[in-house]
Design a protein around this ligand. Structure first.
Ligand code: ADP
Ligand code: ZN
Ligand code: ZN
Length: 804
């Protein structure tokens, strides 16, 4: 058994298969499936995953494995099998399936080091190890592997006395912050201040700051405190008065925090009824799928927590998935309070190293519960007893990149393997899920009442067309404005919701109507006030805001629409006393800022929380009594058959933020299409009726859940090439699929050009199509050469969530 079958790290069609390598004698018996190795491939050495060990190969002159990258398999057999399933299910490369399951630290870009777990233990270790560490704090992995006594080192790694440490090769990935500090003493600063001209207001205020406070300060904070700009700072640096240093920010948001242990609540009778079948399933080691359907605040999370209790009591483990944006400190706190150190948290705010640490805790069975976003579904637990997907309707559970998997499908697959239940929770389940629950394919468990018998907030729809007719041009209706003022007076809090960052803040010429578009993509540019720039959200193109219309040279060129920044400005004009916290992609890009802003709002440092999608969920503050949705329709007009469903879900979620506790809540929805059923039914919080109505439309138009979809998007720099390939693909599918399927295309994609590449698509609607995957694979094979060398891209998305 000296031959290893290896999948190498080259994501390309023709290389997506096992290659045979010889196992050198010194590693015989040490190399197992699921381990990573470095192998020669052509002129290079690349990383690969061992899939099998055999003693036969149909090739001669096998090359030997060059390096062993793991001591234990990073992927166990279950995950290896899951990767095969994923490859087949999403038509991805096997290497992509392996990699999506592992933390980024385990990818090739990182350098491995060996360190002592506890430096004090050195005297007790093997002489060889003592010798190697005598004048070093870390050893290079490669040196250790080539060491004559590599085995001794490896066994110490297994024992935990030596640790593998991953060093990021590309330091640019680290987040750094600019600190500003004075170079001179206080009296010298005062001297400099005297010499400055009276007009140098900004420079003066910076100097005054440092006269008062000599410690270094983060540049952005300094700017907001003093009103200075970065050029003010730069000129003071040039004069030698200030200096700048870049420092890395690195912190664990949950470190040093005490969690008070919480006890399970006695369940309400509704909760008991709901949890019964789940507990039974856990007790019997059975796989089943539950839909826990309950409005926000109906006690779903408590049901999850108590189900997990049962799983832990059996010595098994649980995965709890939540959408990234609701992975709030509040949510984490509830889990940490209940399960203490048994919880690992995986979210995108962690650094590569922190994520790897959390992953390792799971791998070593040091924790039994993981709370995390989408990719936590691959947590390498060995004895999974329960998988929960909260807010199952969230589109972020689908990965929009290779491999295009949906966490729900993976959860069900793992649930089958581990014979454990899967709970999907939502107040507004996807139509697919609810339809399956109604058919009995999932067990439907309902929670109909809010805890504390708190009534759902009253919702009012305001017709913005009427407002315009009566002369109100502001983004706030008279009604909303009155209520905002009222709440500020009462010292209650307000949430204002605006869909998407800077949406429709496009620039238009009032003389000729020309709109500024991205030169590379066929979409309008978005105006960003802070930098006075126009930006493309697809290709990152940016330009300075023009002062003249490029078409007619008129100077009447203005930005339109209501981005969060613009609303903030308008608020400052109308209600100058209102304290506003703005939360959008721009204000939360720095690590931990999301959390900080929410904390500030919770502490009552602001009256109004103004934000995008990211404030729609998870917020549970007692003092919020008013929620305003500034324009409900922005999502309704997207070219996507799910736009009504998404609008309904979002409005329901946002409304759920008001009146969660003792104070009654009120919601105002502003819209230009008040007659639309998704808006009316969301205002009535009537999911069942929405479901009925939307199902009819889906059936009429042959969309999911009545039909499955497969979307093939073709892109190339050359329009003719794009169209002809799409034509051929459409034609081929029409010839090979059954009569019942509908094949639409070729048509231009809703965004017909991104980054100078034309985009066309072909959409397949089908009920049953056993030949589909094979046909698609054949097509990908056929175009393999064009994709590898001629810039053609073909994206196959089975069950697409985004139709653009
Ligand atoms: P959901 O997850 O459906 O939004 P939660 O589980 O967060 O609902 O419950 C809403 C609130 O009610 C929370 O503050 C929670 O602590 C509380 N709660 C849940 N179940 C009970 C119970 N059985 N008894 C008392 N309070 C409960
Ligand atoms: Zn013009
Ligand atoms: Zn662009």
């Amino acid at each position: 058994m000296n031959i290893a079958k290896v999948i190498v790290d080259v994501p390309a069609k023709q290389i997506d298969r096992e290659f045979d390598y010889l196992i050198p004698n010194k590693w015989l018996g040490m190399i197992l499936p699921g381990m990573r190795v470095a192998v020669p491939f052509g002129p290079r050495t690349i990383q690969g995953f061992v899939t099998r060990i055999t003693d036969q190969s149909s090739f001669d002159n096998l090359k030997p494995i060059q390096e062993l990258l793991d001591i234990e398999p990073v992927l166990n057999q279950e995950l290896m099998d899951l990767a095969d399933w994923l490859t087949d299910e999403t038509l991805c490369y096997r290497i992509s399936a392996y990699q999506v399951m592992l933390p980024a630290a385990l990818k090739a870009k990182y350098r491995k080091k060996l360190r002592l777990a506890e430096p004090e233990s050195l005297p007790h270790l093997h002489p060889k190890i003592k010798q190697s560490f005598s004048n070093k704090t870390e050893l290079d992995w490669q040196d250790v592997m080539n060491h004559e006594s590599a085995k001794i080192f490896l066994s110490e790694v297994k024992n935990g006395t030596l640790r593998v440490h991953y060093e990021v090769k590309n330091q640019l990935n680290k987040k750094t912050v600019r600190f500003v500090q004075p170079n001179i003493l206080k009296d010298e600063l005062e001297e400099q201040l005297k010499q400055l001209s009276k007009n140098a207001i900004k420079q003066r205020s910076v100097l005054q700051h440092f006269i008062f406070e000599s410690r270094s300060i983060i540049q952005s904070e300094l700017l907001s405190k003093t009103g200075a700009t970065s050029s003010t700072i730069n000129s003071l640096v040039e004069k030698g008065i200030l200096s700048i240093k870049e420092s890395e920010v690195y912190r664990d948001p949950y470190e040093n925090r005490e969690f008070i242990k919480s006890k399970p609540f006695p369940l309400t009778s509704e909760q008991s009824t709901a949890i019964g079948p789940i507990k039974e399933c856990i007790a019997k080691d059975k796989h089943d799928i539950f839909l826990l359907y309950g409005v926000t605040g109906s006690g779903k999370t408590e049901v999850y927590l108590q189900s997990i209790d049962d799983v832990l009591a059996k010595g098994e483990q649980a995965i709890m998935l939540v959408p990234e944006i609701s992975l709030t400190p509040q949510m984490v706190k509830r889990f940490k309070e209940r399960f203490g150190n048994a919880v690992a948290v995986l979210h995108s705010g962690l650094s590569v190293g922190e994520k790897y640490d959390e992953w390792r805790k799971i791998y070593r069975d040091e924790v039994s519960v993981v709370v995390g976003a989408r990719s936590a579904i691959f947590a390498p637990f060995r004895k999974l007893g329960l998988i929960i997907i909260d807010e199952e309707h969230e589109s972020s559970y689908k990965q929009e990149d290779h491999p295009r998997y949906h966490a729900r499908d993976v959860a069900i697959q793992r649930g089958l393997t581990h014979k454990c239940p899967v709970i999907l929770g939502s107040a507004t389940p996807t139509l697919e899920t609810f339809a399956r629950a109604k058919k009995g394919r999932y067990q439907l468990l309902s929670l109909t009442k809010r805890m504390n018998q708190q009534a759902l907030p009253s919702v009012k729809i305001v017709d913005m067309r009427e407002e315009l007719r009566s002369g109100n041009r502001s983004v706030f209706s008279t009604d909303l404005l009155t209520k905002i003022k009222d709440r500020i007076e009462k010292k209650e809090q307000i949430v204002l919701f605006l869909n998407k960052r800077g949406h429709s803040s496009f620039v238009m010429c009032r003389s000729c109507g020309a709109v500024s578009n991205c030169p590379n993509c066929d979409i309008s540019l978005t105006y960003h006030k802070s930098s006075h720039q126009l930006k493309c959200h697809y290709c990152a193109y940016e330009e300075v805001m023009p002062t003249q219309c490029p078409d007619c040279q008129s100077e009447a060129i203005r930005y339109f629409g209501t981005g969060t920044q613009k609303v903030e400005e308008e608020l400052a004009k109308i209600i100058p006393e209102a304290r506003v916290i703005r939360m959008d992609v721009d204000t939360t890009s720095r690590k931990g800022s999301h959390e900080r802003l929410l904390q500030a709002f919770q502490d009552g440092q602001a009256d109004i929380l103004l934000g995008t999608q990211m404030i729609a969920k998870g917020l549970d503050f007692p003092n919020i009594t008013l929620v305003g949705v500034l324009s409900a329709d922005t999502m309704l007009h997207l070219p996507d058959f799910r736009s009504s469903e998404k609008t309904f879900q979002l409005l329901t979620q946002v409304s759920g933020r008001a009146g969660r506790h003792h104070l009654p809540g009120e919601v105002i929805i502003q819209t230009y299409t008040p007659e639309h059923y998704s808006i009316i039914l969301a205002s009535m919080q009537d999911y069942d009726q929405f479901f009925g109505q939307e199902m009819m439309i889906r059936r009429q138009n042959m969309y999911p859940p009545y039909y499955y979809l497969a979307l093939v998007t073709i892109s190339h720099e050359d329009l003719m090439k794009t169209v002809s390939v799409t034509e051929h693909i459409t034609h081929h599918l029409k010839n090979h699929l059954s009569q019942q399927s509908v094949i639409l295309g070729p048509v231009a994609s809703p965004i017909p050009r991104i980054n100078n590449r034309y985009r066309y698509q072909c959409l397949v609607k089908y009920k049953q199509e056993p030949a589909l995957k094979n046909s698609l694979k054949k097509l990908l094979d056929h175009y393999q050469q064009d994709m590898a060398t001629r810039g053609l891209q073909i994206m196959v998305d089975l069950n697409p969530q985004i139709m653009m």
